[in-house]
Design a protein around this ligand. Structure first.
Ligand code: GLN
Length: 533
């Protein structure tokens, strides 16, 4: 396509309607028609990135290949599209203001009063157009976080209004709302949608397409009513029913012809409907499992499933690849102790110890590792989970009672998990960890090699501490081997216990790279090891 087209996705009525999934589904459908697409999320909070947010507040922090700490929606984008995102795909109000204020201090606006319009909106527009500027993408889908009418969202909506003028017919706005069902009167109600479109109109933005979330099918009358009140074509009122898995949404949106309507809005002839064969094959396997297994996910944020979003999705991908339903039993690491851990873990066939930071729930995580190691139950330790496996081994096999991570005990006698050299002088918290993709070289004689089937890999990181190499020999003599290392720095990336059925700890986060069409080899191999009798 000659020029990049821009699609904006806004939301009304309530948050959590699934703008991210609708954006990712539309992108998937356009991609299946041969277009190159990327998705961007604009978040209206003041944090420069979500790296400093508690997962309870905002769910998982997703990390891109280039080391950006981003919103978890970027995970959906990658899982649906199978294409990497980057720092440019997630922008927050904090980052916009930081840039504008830095420019002001540099004198870039010398003599001028710096204001929301035009300076903040110009910066927002620059960040949107940057993705289209290299000519790499036919479509840039920009999802505006929050709900129309929020004070925080106003500069973003204003930027969309300005871009509609600047970009003319190269720009389409999709607005996602809710049509609630009132059980008492047995009716679906369109008033909240009408009001939310009015709010958007007050800000000067007329949506082209409305996607209505609903628990019940919408009648033709309801669609017509919404079209009349909101100045859109009836065909452009799209129903988005609740479905059992997010991976069905692209198929639902295809049935509703969302992609065709978008293309027609740009005066592009849609052409033939793509068959989405690989996607449907995945769904078929996911929905018709031949086996069922239970896996424990031991972590401290288990009350909020979004905190482990990418791990959950990676297990879904790996389950489908093995035609197996993976039930995840969430175990709160603070609630397991010497008295109950065996009982709590007695009904699972595999154990994952989750990533995390800080002291809370550490003893429970170590007990979960001990149980997996002693009972020969497949074990997968991710980042902090790998560090826990190292500490457990040091204490219970090497008999180094005082072994710990410097994160938990800065004065411990045996710091088997050490602060990385380059971290020692860092005091600022935001964006200062070891972040993004780093190479790792794998030993041929290892479970990791069996999974990846290659010796050179690159995986994404988000941590400050690492395996202390001075203990490596002692560990390997007793049966815990470093099977993956960074080729340049020698940092230990993977540990294994070869004698165990499947005991793998990774300092990186493999979950970020698992996608529907490329399930992650380590997750696939972990699930497979459980199925092997
Ligand atoms: N807290 C640990 C570290 O900083 C592990 C981090 C993680 O699990 N992402 O090294």
């Amino acid at each position: 396509m000659a020029t990049t087209k821009y699609i904006f996705v806004t939301g009304g009525v309530t948050s959590s309607l699934g703008k991210g999934i609708i954006s990712a589904s539309l992108a998937k459908l356009l991609q299946a028609r041969g277009y190159s697409v990327t998705i961007q999320k604009l978040d209206p909070y003041i944090n420069v990135d979500p790296g400093t947010l508690n997962p309870y507040e905002h769910g998982e922090c997703y990390v891109t290949e280039d080391g950006a700490e981003t919103d978890l929606d970027l995970g959906h984008y990658e899982r649906f599209l199978n294409v990497y995102t980057s720092q440019a795909n997630n922008v927050t109000t904090g980052r916009i203001y930081q840039d504008v204020i830095n420019k002001e201090r540099r004198g870039d606006y010398l003599g001028k009063t710096v204001q929301i319009i035009p300076h903040i909106t110009d910066e927002i527009k620059r960040r949107i157009k940057i993705l289209g500027s290299k000519g790499k993408f036919d479509f840039v889908i920009t999802e505006i976080g929050g709900t129309v009418g929020d004070i925080e969202s106003l500069p973003y909506i204003e930027s969309v209004r300005q871009l509609r003028w600047e970009l003319k017919n190269k720009c389409v706005v999709i607005h996602l709302t809710l049509v609630p069902f009132l059980a008492a009167s047995g009716e679906l109600k369109t008033k909240p949608t009408q009001h939310s479109v009015k709010t958007l109109l007050e800000a000067g933005v007329q949506p082209d397409i409305l996607v209505l979330r609903t628990e019940h099918p919408l009648t033709a009358d309801i669609k017509q009513k919404v079209a009349n009140f909101c100045n859109v074509q009836k065909e452009a009122v799209i129903e988005s029913k609740d479905v059992s898995t997010i991976y069905e949404v692209p198929l639902e949106m295809q049935k509703e012809r969302l992609d065709e309507i978008v293309l027609k809005s740009f005066d592009i002839e849609p052409g033939e409907k793509p068959d989405l064969k690989p996607w449907k094959e995945f769904l078929k396997k996911y929905k018709n499992p031949k086996n069922t297994i239970n896996i424990a996910l031991v972590g401290k944020y288990v009350e909020l499933k979004d905190a482990y979003k990418s791990i959950n999705e990676a297990l879904i991908h790996a389950g489908a690849a093995n035609e197996t339903r993976v039930n995840v039993k969430y175990i709160h690491s603070e609630l397991i102790n010497e008295d109950n851990y065996e009982k709590e873990l007695s009904d699972v066939q595999g154990i994952i110890v989750a990533p995390g930071f800080g002291h809370r729930g550490i003893p429970g995580k170590i007990l979960a590792v001990k149980f997996a190691r002693e009972k020969n139950i497949p074990f997968f330790g991710i980042c902090l989970g790998m560090q826990m496996a190292v500490i457990e081994f040091a204490r219970n096999v090497l008999k180094l009672d005082d072994a710990n991570s410097l994160e938990m005990d800065p004065k411990c006698k045996h710091p088997v998990i050490n602060l990385m050299e380059e971290q020692k002088m860092i005091i600022e918290k935001g964006g200062t960890m070891r972040l993004g993709a780093y190479d790792c070289k794998i030993l041929k004689d290892s479970k990791a090699y069996q999974a990846y089937n290659k010796t050179c890999i690159a995986e994404r990181h988000r941590h400050r501490y690492e395996f202390n190499n001075t203990y490596e020999l002692e560990f390997s003599k007793s049966g815990m081997i470093a099977t993956g290392k960074n080729p340049e720095t020698d940092l230990i990336e993977i540990i294994e216990i070869p004698k165990h059925k499947w005991f793998v700890g990774v300092q990186f986060h493999p979950e970020y790279k698992s996608t529907v069409l490329n399930p992650h080899p380590l997750f696939v191999s972990f699930v497979k090891s459980i199925l092997e009798k």
